[in-house]
Design a protein around this ligand. Structure first.
Ligand code: GDP
Ligand code: MG
Length: 171
């Protein structure tokens, strides 16, 4: 069975752990230790093909920038998360994307842009159209999601598998 290494990136508090735990364990984590950085494994079926996902839920607590470089180097696909309720987190992902591209040193990397906390419509700061424009610029898929309501959680992990499947990745 093919194995894919996915790295979940984004600023603190955007819901990286909530999305990962919701996907792997099927429940919403109201409070998850923000310093925990962990690997999860889950077998899933995408488009009639079973595969194993190894997911790194990052915490951004690395003491050295080189550690971040290392897990980017080891990652094959990247789920880049911001919160639709926090414009700053949308700015932050642009820097993270640059770092991914620099470390990978290739033109194209399997990547998915995710706007989490879509259930908090009344607190929205980032209009969907802006994210669509960014996704177009990056030439990558984009989804809004809610770890709380389990909206697009399975779908986003399926989508990054598709991205990794269609693009040549280093084994
Ligand atoms: P991380 O630092 O990116 O791992 O963020 P966490 O997963 O720890 O989430 C930070 C906070 O946002 C927690 O209080 C979560 O309960 C909350 N949260 C995460 N995802 C959602 C979501 O989709 N909707 C809502 N309403 N809250 C969320
Ligand atoms: Mg976390």
């Amino acid at each position: 069975m093919r194995e894919f290494k996915v790295v979940v990136l984004g600023s603190g508090g955007v819901g990286k752990s909530a999305l990962t735990v919701q996907f792997v364990s099927g429940h919403f984590c109201e409070k998850y230790d923000p310093t925990i950085e962990d690997f999860y494994r889950k077998e899933i079926e995408v488009d009639q093909t079973r595969c194993i996902l190894e997911i790194l839920d990052t915490a951004g607590t690395e003491q050295f920038a080189s550690m971040r470089d290392l897990y980017i180097k080891n990652g094959q696909g990247f789920v880049v998360v911001y919160s639709v309720t926090n414009r700053q987190t949308f700015q932050d992902i642009k820097i993270m994307k640059e770092q991914i591209m620099r470390v990978k040193g290739v033109d194209r990397v399997p990547l998915l842009l995710v706007g989490n906390k879509a259930d908090l419509e009344h607190l929205r700061e980032v209009p969907t159209g802006e994210s669509l424009a960014l996704a177009q610029l990056w030439d990558c898929p984009f989804m809004e999601a809610s770890a709380k309501n389990r909206t697009n959680v399975n779908e986003l992990f399926a989508e990054i598998v598709r991205e990794m499947s269609i693009q040549p990745v280093e084994e």
